[in-house]
Design a protein around this ligand. Structure first.
Ligand code: FES
Length: 187
């Protein structure tokens, strides 16, 4: 199983995470069906999933840790390593690509000082390409934590990066996914 690159032990999960887990398991006729919801719960808490977390989930749902690892490694949304304080995902699928998502990515790499696929040296941003996130009419689309940003043009990368840097001072940013159609939806 893959170890975290950090030498420091991972912190314990929050008490509210531990308290919610049994209720999630109880929702399913077969306990193992709760594997993915529990992994999402852990990732919401910690930002990534550790080996110890996988053991904890395995015990809760009655499977082996290896079976939980198989789920974690199959789905790209699950992470085994820490990411930056803001997770910036640029859609590169056809509609967004035709509207400039590749140029936008190049500009964001400079504006955020962060190569694609990596985390910035200051730990503030992780920048990635992703496939279609189902908002194809409004590309280029950028998903930042739980917020969707539409029509982010390549020439606006500096301005957009400045907005994202400002959100680092907002502890509530991204904690409550905005509702489509509201001003918050568009960042
Ligand atoms: S192609 Fe970008 S959201 Fe669908």
């Amino acid at each position: 199983m893959h170890e975290s690159p950090s030498s420091a032990p991972a912190r314990a999960l929050k008490p509210e995470t531990l308290a919610r887990a049994p209720g999630i398991v109880a929702q399913y006729p077969q306990k193992r069906s709760a594997t993915m919801p529990l992994l999402h719960l852990v990732q919401e808490d910690r930002g990534h999933i550790t080996k110890e977390d996988m053991h904890w989930v395995a015990e809760l749902v009655g499977v082996t840790p290896m079976q939980v690892l198989e789920v974690v490694t199959f789905y790209p949304m699950f992470r085994q390593h820490p990411i930056g304080r803001r997770h910036v995902r640029v859609c590169r699928t056809l509609s967004c690509a035709l509207r400039g998502s590749y140029a936008l990515m190049e500009n964001l790499e400079k504006s955020l000082n962060c190569p694609r696929g990596e985390t910035s040296p200051d730990g503030d941003f992780t920048l990635e390409f992703v496939e279609c996130i189902a908002d194809c009419g409004c590309g280029p689309v950028v998903h930042v934590d739980a917020s969707m940003h539409e029509n982010v043009r390549p020439e606006d990368a500096d301005k957009f990066a400045a907005q994202l840097k400002a959100t680092l001072k907002d502890p509530a940013y991204g904690q409550h996914p905005p509702v489509p159609g509201t001003p918050e939806w568009n960042g």
